[in-house]
Design a protein around this ligand. Structure first.
Ligand code: AMP
Ligand code: MG
Length: 419
């Protein structure tokens, strides 16, 4: 049930006054309604783009029956009597050439990938033969079809090979190439404006003053948006005041498809993003029942959607993975937007679960019995970014349910997020 269909007020949806993680995702996805134009790009430019139209094969792959081995093309009828067989070699067929009709009682020297000549119905691998002048001695009894790759065994002409909404990985590009398609229709790249808010923030490479910290979120966000293959509009760091926040938001709206920010969406009087968006457009503020995370904002300035992530460095990282990523993927036209989760064995105790669902930075590896075991970083604070660097994924712990060593828990590997 979506928060919208249930008439849920994002600020106070449930008895605990918070939105569940699933409700927040569903709410966001129901608003991922950007309609992108498509463009045609060469295969080498198509990696990481989202396919805009189904693709069918114009050809059979392989186009003809061909040899899977270096060896000899023969006719199995010549082997009815069993035992070694001595056959004259009447032709040589390398890959890229076509042989002549195989005369009964003869063999053709053939190489991997070469078309099987008419009249032959099996390939004998070279290792089972011996050369004898112009003849070959075959020391095995071949069966019909041995080592022949049949025409169309991978793809038949007319088969759908790729579907609209697929994110193109190297193997999709290779498959398109294998049927002779040189260009693919893909959705245009999204332009995402990002900025950080906070008077305390200093750009790395400069000295820190009293009470200041380095701006890390801008770099985490940049990396995550780049990993999604979007173009970035980097609007840098914005001071904590209403005018600057409004100005940068107007600039972002003029140039971007989506605006993603970090910080300034809490309820303190130094948090100006909320007030600025409310003046320029509309905003829903949520408290999501999760840790780290909690404050999350979604709004629009004109037609441009806005996602406001929390300020704490780990909260930004986790909420981007859980909320901003699927939203952006859906806006890109992708049809597979949620990461796969895997069941793994906990190698830790979690005896004091809080009222919110926890997303712990975890490291999963195989133990010597072949079980996947999850350890968690010793310090799970929302400011401890080292936890995300140490980890290879996130373990999800239900609220109110303790975990003991050996219990199964749900794990999202980072490879699911950044692949
Ligand atoms: P806020 O949501 O703006 O109140 O920020 C919450 C916490 O996150 C504060 O401790 C901020 O200093 C910190 N923070 C906010 N933005 C950033 C950033 N871009 N890089 C690192 N830390 C930040
Ligand atoms: Mg702040």
């Amino acid at each position: 049930m979506s928060p919208e269909s249930a008439n849920i007020d994002p600020c106070c949806s449930s008895s605990s006054n918070m939105l569940s993680v699933e409700e927040a995702i569903e709410y966001l996805l129901s608003r991922a309604d950007i309609k992108l134009e498509s463009e045609s790009v060469g295969l080498k430019q198509a990696l990481g783009r989202v396919l805009a139209k189904d693709q069918s094969s114009p050809v059979f792959v392989p186009p003809a029956d061909n040899s899977a081995m270096d060896g000899y093309a023969v006719n199995t009828k010549d082997f009815a009597s069993g035992g070694d067989k001595r056959l004259p070699v009447t032709q040589r067929i390398p890959a890229g050439t076509r042989g002549k009709m195989l005369v009964p009682g003869t063999a053709a020297r053939i190489f991997t990938g070469a078309p099987v000549p008419d009249g032959a119905d099996a390939i004998v691998m070279q290792e089972l033969t011996e050369k004898d002048g112009d003849c070959v001695i075959v020391k095995a009894t071949p069966r019909k079809g041995d080592h022949i790759r049949k025409s169309g065994e991978d793809i038949c002409a007319g088969d759908r090979i790729l579907s609209a909404g697929q994110k193109l990985r190297p193997q999709e590009l290779g498959l398109a190439a294998s049927v002779g398609i040189g260009e693919l229709p893909v959705y245009r790249k999204l332009k995402i404006a990002i900025f950080s808010t906070g008077d305390e923030l200093v750009t790395p490479g400069n000295p820190l003053g009293e009470g200041q910290i380095y701006n890390s979120n801008l770099y985490t966000l940049t990396g995550m948006v780049q990993a999604l293959n979007c173009d970035i509009i980097d609007l840098g760091t914005v001071p904590d005041n209403l005018d600057s926040t409004k100005k940068v938001l107007q600039e972002a709206q003029a140039s971007a498809d989506i605006i993603v920010t970090s910080g300034g969406v809490s309820v303190g009087e130094e948090d100006y993003v909320k007030a600025a968006i409310e003046e320029l457009g509309s905003l829903d503020m949520w408290r999501v029942a999760m840790k780290p995370g909690k404050p999350l904002a979604f709004g629009r300035i004109g037609d441009t959607p806005f996602i406001g992530l929390p300020g704490n460095p780990v909260s930004v990282f986790v909420t981007f993975c859980l909320f901003a990523r699927p939203y952006i993927l859906k806006c890109q036209g992708a049809n597979n937007v949620l990461p796969n989760r895997y069941a793994v064995k906990a190698d830790f105790d979690w005896h004091k679960p809080g009222p919110r669902r926890e997303f712990l930075r975890a490291f999963v590896e195989l133990d010597n019995l072949g079980n996947t075991r999850a350890s968690i970083y010793s310090h799970q604070g929302s400011g401890v970014l080292s936890s995300a660097v140490w980890a290879n994924g996130i373990v999800e712990i239900s609220n109110k349910k303790p975990v003991n060593v050996g219990d199964m828990v749900s794990f999202i590997p980072f490879t699911e997020i950044f692949a």
